[in-house]
Design a protein around this ligand. Structure first.
Ligand SMILES: C[S@@+](CC[C@H](N)C(=O)[O-])C[C@H]1O[C@@H](n2cnc3c(N)ncnc32)[C@H](O)[C@@H]1O
Length: 329
């Protein structure tokens, strides 16, 4: 990782025009409501209740537009937050939103799989609480240039950090039909993965795969335009490619492996996931009884009210655990 990308962003910063439109989201095949950031931060009160912020240091590893970080900072006047994101645009939005907290906030551009290294670089040994709100944000989905949406024409990119790594088109080009099908099956849980992979690779070979809409067309050619349960036929394949391009599950595994080192004894980790592949990993990590006391026997879900106001919150699952004071034998 470059020095620049590890760099701490100073506060206060420039307020970008787009700040008010920051909102996180997950793919549910529905249009994003970006009119009110505060309402769209998922399970905010539940995250605050789990972390119970006091005087001390917290880390939000997916700061996005800053909704959870803001809630932690508001919950206790002597709380401080280190806020990570791999997306520079997100950090700019968070910087604007959190500006009023001054030096209680430190923003760092890094993938959260490197959270331990990021804290080391700041001279921080451990934190009292950590929250992670996985997935992508609405601006990432809504910006056609990011290539994450099958509704908007853009390059087939899908990187959360457009400054590094392979684009989705490069991934498609590199993988064999079989390997592409496996990605679509494993990360999209898409039963028709082989047909879709063949069609996508054929479109690529025929020079007919330049934009996200070309990609959607290739998927529709393979499986037909029928919406399954109201969900666009491209939904699962786009999700799978995005997960692969951003190494989302590897990142989550690295984060979960780092938690015992990063969260101080007695501290709490709270993780919101949006699909079963993620939730399974979180559940397994918190089952390590020598290290964690689970605070959520079953994952918490959004209230009906929140679900009605923000459809994306309906797939959210929050798990939280307290780091044991001492590793039990
Ligand atoms: C759902 S949004 C978080 C929204 C935030 N909690 C809020 O209330 O505004 C997820 C954010 O996590 C970031 N992200 C996803 N995976 C990441 C990773 N591996 N490392 C760092 N940031 C990541 C995305 O760039 C995005 O900004």
């Amino acid at each position: 990782m470059s020095q620049a990308s590890q760099a701490q962003l100073a506060l206060p910063g420039v307020v970008p025009d787009s700040a008010a439109e920051w909102v996180w989201t997950e793919e549910t095949g529905e249009e994003a409501d970006v009119s009110d950031f505060a309402h769209a931060t998922v399970m905010k009160s539940e995250v605050v209740a789990a972390l119970a912020p006091a005087a001390g240091l917290y880390v939000d590893v997916t700061v996005g537009g800053g909704g959870h970080a803001e809630a932690i900072l508001e919950a206790h006047p002597a709380s401080r937050v280190i806020a990570l994101d791999r997306d520079q645009t997100a950090l700019e939005a968070a910087r604007a939103r959190l500006e009023r907290f001054g030096d209680r906030v430190t923003l760092v551009k890094t993938p959260f799989g490197r959270v331990a290294e990021a804290l080391d670089a700041l001279g921080v040994e451990s934190v009292q609480g950590l929250c992670a709100d996985l997935g992508v944000s609405s601006p990432q989905l809504d910006d056609a240039a990011r290539g994450m949406s099958f509704r908007r024409e853009g390059p087939i990119d899908m990187r959360m950090d457009p400054s590094e790594g392979e684009t989705a088109l490069e991934l498609i080009a590199r993988l064999t039909d079989d390997d592409l099908a496996n990605v679509i099956y494993d990360y999209g849980e898409e039963r028709r993965s082989r047909r879709i992979a063949r069609s996508v690779k054929r479109a690529f070979a025929d020079n007919q795969l330049e934009t996200t809409l070309d990609l959607r067309r290739a998927i529709v050619r393979a499986v037909g335009p029928v919406r399954v349960g109201g969900v666009d036929p491209a939904t699962r394949t786009f999700q799978a490619l995005r997960i692969a391009v951003n190494h989302e599950l590897d990142e989550l595994e690295s984060l979960l492996a780092a938690l015992p080192r990063v969260v101080a004894p007695g501290g709490v980790a709270a993780v919101i996931s949006f699909h079963s592949l993620e939730d399974r990993l979180v559940k397994r990590a918190f089952q390590a009884k020598r290290t964690w006391q689970s605070l959520t026997k079953k994952p918490l879900v959004a209230t009906d009210e929140e679900g009605a106001a923000n459809p994306r919150s309906r797939s959210a699952k929050l798990r939280a655990a307290r780091r044991l004071e001492e590793e039990s034998p």
